[in-house]
Ligand binder design. Structure first.
Ligand SMILES: [Zn+2]
Length: 261
């Protein structure tokens, strides 16, 4: 699909020139459509036209993969770790490199409690990553990876783009570094909604075994510091009631399609 997209983007101007002899509006159509397709591949978080995005994992058990983005943070990480301990849940933290650099002790703490850390770019440029050129893309991946390596032991094996927005250069660079791009199956929209109960309810309504759940930390710290931990707590309570366990899947379980759909 990647080759087809790039191929069409390449021939669209030639096609437009050819069609310009008939009608200017018809001539512009191939360019318009090719731009639309490029934007769709880039801006739709779980779209796989640029390359694979892990959107669920294979399991026969009532298991889900909890992923927490945008930490570490002084406001929430410790509280989140306590909640995860209380519910015997394991999670993957997609961390921002700058924050890992600032709070290396929290990275140590996450790892020492049996959770996983993963690469979520160095500066989290959610407004511009989709349009980033090669050098900005390399910088965001590599500088974050450097911060995570300077934490104890394992290098991160997983990457999540800020706000799930990919760019043209991302997949080849991730492949070169043996990093896997992870999306999600279910999100509670905790960056938009204001009520933790609504966030948890949406997640619990949509999960199936093998779902990847997306939650955040370090949001609304000044206005509502309890918001993110409360979203997590209600989600964990609901998962426990439904008999689900939060696990970190092995790479051979990863699926690029959505479980149960
Ligand atoms: Zn993020």
């Amino acid at each position: 699909m990647r080759r087809a997209l790039l191929g069409f983007a390449f021939i669209a101007p030639c096609l437009a020139l050819y069609l310009a002899r008939t009608n200017i509006f018809i001539a512009l159509a191939p360019i318009f459509i090719s731009h639309l397709l490029l934007l769709y591949a880039t801006l739709v978080p779980n779209c796989q036209w640029w390359g694979p995005v892990i959107r669920s994992f294979q399991t026969t058990q009532p298991e889900v993969w909890l992923t927490i983005d945008d930490g570490p943070s002084l406001a929430h990480t410790t509280q989140i770790l306590e909640l995860l301990d209380r519910f015997q849940a394991r999670a993957t933290f997609f961390v921002i490199g700058q924050r890992a650099e600032e709070y290396p002790h929290l990275i140590t703490e996450i790892l020492s409690r049996g959770h996983e850390i993963a690469n979520h770019t160095y500066t989290h440029p959610s407004g511009s990553f989709w349009a980033a050129g090669p050098s900005k893309t390399f910088f965001e991946i590599d500088r974050c990876a450097e911060m995570l390596r300077s934490g104890p032991d394992r290098p991160a094996r997983l990457f999540r783009a800020p706000a799930g927005l990919k760019n043209l250069f991302l997949h080849p660079e991730l492949n070169r570094r043996s990093l896997i791009l992870v999306g999600w199956t279910v999100r509670g929209l905790d960056t938009v909604k204001r009520d933790p109960a609504e966030v948890a309810k949406k997640i619990l309504r949509e999960i199936t075994p093998g779902s990847i759940i997306l939650l955040h930390e370090a949001q609304r710290v000044a206005k509502d510091p309890e918001f993110n931990p409360r979203c997590l707590e209600l989600t964990l309570e609901g998962l426990a009631q439904l008999g689900y366990q939060c696990v970190i899947p092995r790479p051979e379980q990863f699926l690029a399609r959505t479980a149960g759909k």
